[in-house]
Design a protein around this ligand. Structure first.
Ligand code: BGC
Length: 437
């Protein structure tokens, strides 16, 4: 493995609903994911995040696992319905107390707390009022950011406003496989604009309360055009605009790209200035590239997504393509030039069907190969001049993988859900050694 610059940030990521459990404790209100997971047929194994990894009660043990890993940063998310149980009104002190304990525990272990404000768990009452389709949710989000930073702003070392607004819009409001389960296809654009507006307003709220840097974590997927007709090219461009540019161009001062579904009527005067509030770091979440070709005639979509041949595959059936990370980092650099802030890879990881052997050890060579490939690909992009300053593995723990329930394991640490026993996998030792070096 090549050397990395001193001060490079190595970390791991998690999110609140996927690990915390304790969903009715200390005044927490319901989120859209509580509602969705409890609806029949939504989650493949019928599970919910009611208990998840019980991290709410086991955070000290999990912080010890982080310390053993030697990471310099831990990216977690704050559950909005713990801080504001109904999405509005004063802060619920007991909810913030939990994050206070977590943050202090991390700092005592020498680990930088990196907090994401929104990882998809909108308070249910806000969804009842229209969710992110409703412009007012953006203002509510800024209020929540203000309350949270008032309590934690002196200790969180990097603030991330939103996690993957593209995925939340697409799966949550576009096709409905995630909460809140709306299937509006291209009428979901208001959920894009209002999330980005909320981001911009939250950046301003955070700046007023903290001197720590502020970021957003976007999902990116380099597009592999399949076929080479003009129609295939147009389809690849349309998909690229939607996935890779819609949530980045306006943040970096370019306004919206020409993307499918874009509805100018949703955008008010002055909004683009709010969206373009300077950020200090761009969070990049990368899992795989996407194959795209022209759609069949009569398709409601301007593109068709096709499986990419020739790659090994994860348990999610996602192609393992480390070169995609290098390509997307290069592309961001090329596309935005000096407007691109320093990048941190805020999620990178893979699911495999890991299970303990007869001795209780969990060996996951595929994950080690996956991470090794992606870290090297990132390092190559850095050598070419892309400003990358951090890398976070998704995830510390096996956890509740949204619509896939407990069937997909992404952790460096195996979790036996009935007993909540944590067992570091061989990838944990591999990552620890990498960080040490
Ligand atoms: C999300 C995580 C999720 C991971 C794997 C990302 O899109 O931010 O919450 O677990 O992908 O699917």
């Amino acid at each position: 493995m090549p050397d990395f610059p001193a001060g490079f940030r190595w970390g791991v990521s998690t999110s609140a609903y996927q690990i915390e459990g304790a969903t009715t404790v200390d005044g927490r209100g319901p989120s859209i994911w509580d509602t969705f997971a409890h609806e029949a047929g939504r989650i493949v194994d019928g599970s919910t995040g009611d208990q998840a990894c019980d991290h709410y009660h086991r955070h000290a043990e999990d912080t010890a696992l982080l310390a053993g890993l030697g990471v310099s940063a831990y990216r977690f998310s704050i559950a909005w319905p713990r801080v504001q149980p109904t999405g509005t009104g004063p802060a619920n002190t007991a909810g913030l107390d939990f994050y206070d304990r977590l943050v202090d525990g991390l700092l005592a272990a020498g680990i930088d707390p990196v907090a994401t404000l929104f990882h998809w768990d909108l308070p249910q009452p806000l969804e009842d009022a229209g969710g992110w389709l409703h412009r007012d949710t953006a203002a509510r989000f800024a209020e929540y950011a203000d309350l949270t930073a008032t309590r934690l702003g002196d200790r969180v070392k990097l603030w991330i406003t939103l996690n993957e607004p593209f995925i939340h819009m697409t799966l949550g409001y576009g096709i409905g496989t995630h909460a809140p389960g709306r299937a509006l296809l291209f009428d979901a654009f208001p959920a894009a604009h209002h999330q980005l507006l909320g981001h911009g307003l939250a950046v301003a709220a955070l700046r007023a309360r903290t001197a720590s840097p502020v970021a957003i974590a976007n999902n990116y997927s380099p597009v592999r055009q399949v076929g080479d007709t003009d129609a295939d090219r147009a389809a690849a461009q349309a998909y690229d605009a939607l996935h890779n540019r819609l949530f980045t161009d306006p943040l970096l001062g370019r306004g919206y790209p020409d993307a499918p579904g874009l509805d100018p009527a949703v955008i008010r005067d002055g909004d683009l200035d709010v969206l373009a509030a300077p950020i200090d770091v761009l969070g990049v979440n990368y899992y795989n590239p996407t194959g795209v070709r022209a759609p069949e005639e009569g398709s409601p979509l301007p593109f068709e997504m096709v499986p990419l041949d020739g790659y090994p595959r994860t348990a999610f059936d996602w192609p393992v393509a480390p070169d995609g990370l290098r390509e997307l980092l290069r592309q961001l650099h090329h596309r935005y030039g000096d407007a691109l802030p320093p990048v941190q890879v805020t999620e990178s990881g893979c699911a495999y069907d890991d299970a303990p052997d007869a001795q209780g050890r969990v060996d996951d060579p595929e994950r080690i190969a996956y991470l090794d490939g992606h870290v090297r690909a990132m390092r190559e992009a850095m050598a070419e001049g892309v400003p990358v300053t951090g890398y976070f593995v998704w995830s510390l723990l096996d956890n509740w993988e949204w619509a896939e329930g407990f069937t997909k394991r992404f952790g460096l640490v195996h979790v036996d859900y009935p007993t909540q026993r944590r067992t570091p996998k061989s990838s944990y030792a591999w990552f620890r050694d990498l960080v040490r070096r």
